[in-house]
Design a protein around this ligand. Structure first.
Ligand code: PSU
Ligand code: MN
Length: 312
């Protein structure tokens, strides 16, 4: 279903998402960089499918977002999801690249959306809740490299609730929380006082805020809207205990992966995908199992929040 009405930007909604929009049903946005750059095939496809199923089981509709041959898609059908999971050389689209969609259109390129780009697309489509694995943030050594994810700026400006398992532990988490605070992004940890670190339930840092029900998160968001506060909200959902890799253990692998990245001269957009892939090898695939478990856990909570927001 194609809707060319929004100025020059063509948006292709899946039938399921178009129908959900019509009847005002709860929708949960999902990003696609995690599929193309975050996990190897076929684990990435299994994850993409199971996350959609979990969202449907909670009574919401999944909307996986990607640019396919130059067209922004909100909701992918089964064939599109499968094709994306095996696409080689997909672009990794953040705010800068999404603004320059003309490049992807002219070149008929396929690109996956990061947290930042997915938030932009979700907001444009009227979707208020979005589930991912872990947001990007301030990289370790950012004082040298200046590598700070555009995800943080997007959270400050775009009004979407992003459900994640914390910031990826490959990052400098204290600095990431500092930037979120100075940009005015509320950080709420679900049912825990401790801000989680993606593969681990704890980062060693306290969460700025804590809430323990989807209804409470929905009510917090409604209150922000009533006050006219713009910008997004970060909900951190600790990975389930049975799937976590403890922090001390993970830190050993992360240090090694960062050393490997440095000696191979990896920079910019390639850093996060490189580290995730390196950790997959260093942990014999355990980091991927944890990553899948935490995304599924986030999809469930995001769907519950979307359902709570849809109730008046
Ligand atoms: N969550 C995951 N795996 C991922 C990502 C999130 O479990 O690969 C992606 C998101 O798309 C996020 C990106 O926006 O990692 C961060 O990349 P960078 O550090 O280059 O901003
Ligand atoms: Mn980066």
């Amino acid at each position: 279903m194609t809707n060319p009405s929004s100025s020059s930007l063509t948006i292709d909604y899946s039938d399921e998402v178009a129908a959900a929009k019509q009847r005002g049903a709860p929708i949960v946005a999902l990003e696609s960089t995690i599929i193309t750059h975050g996990m190897p095939y076929p684990g990435n496809l299994d994850m993409a499918r199971s996350v959609e199923t979990i969202i449907r089981e909670q009574g919401a509709v999944p909307a996986t977002i990607a640019v396919i041959h130059g067209v922004l898609h909100i909701g992918l059908d089964g064939a599109e999801l499968e094709a994306l999971s095996t696409t080689q050389g997909a672009m990794k689209l953040s705010r800068a690249d999404l603004a320059d969609l003309a490049f992807a259109i002219a070149e008929r390129r396929t690109g996956a959306t990061t947290v930042a780009a997915t938030m932009i697309a979700a907001a444009r489509a009227g979707i208020r809740v979005f589930a991912t694995g872990g947001i990007g943030g301030v990289h370790r050594g950012a004082e040298q490299s200046f590598d700070i994810s555009a995800d943080l700026d997007e959270l400050a400006r775009t009004g979407v609730i992003v459900v994640c398992a914390g910031a990826k532990a490959i990052l400098d988490i204290p600095k990431t929380l500092e930037v979120l605070e100075s940009r005015g992004v509320p950080v709420v940890t679900y049912d825990s006082e401790n801000f989680p670190a993606f593969w681990s339930r704890e980062s060693g840092l306290k969460s700025p805020l804590m809430l323990n029900s989807p209804a409470a998160i929905a009510s917090f968001q409604r209150t922000r809207e009533l006050l006219g506060i713009e910008g997004g909200m970060l909900v951190a959902n600790p990975v389930p205990e049975e799937s976590e890799i403890p922090r001390e253990e993970m830190e050993i692998y992360i240090t090694r992966a960062i050393d490997n990245a440095a000696s191979e001269g990896i920079t910019g957009k390639a850093v996060t995908p490189y580290l995730l892939d390196n950790l997959f090898r260093l942990t014999d695939g355990r980091s991927l199992e944890t990553n899948i478990a935490l995304v599924e856990n986030n999809a469930r909570l995001a769907a519950e929040i979307a359902v709570a927001l849809a109730m008046k």
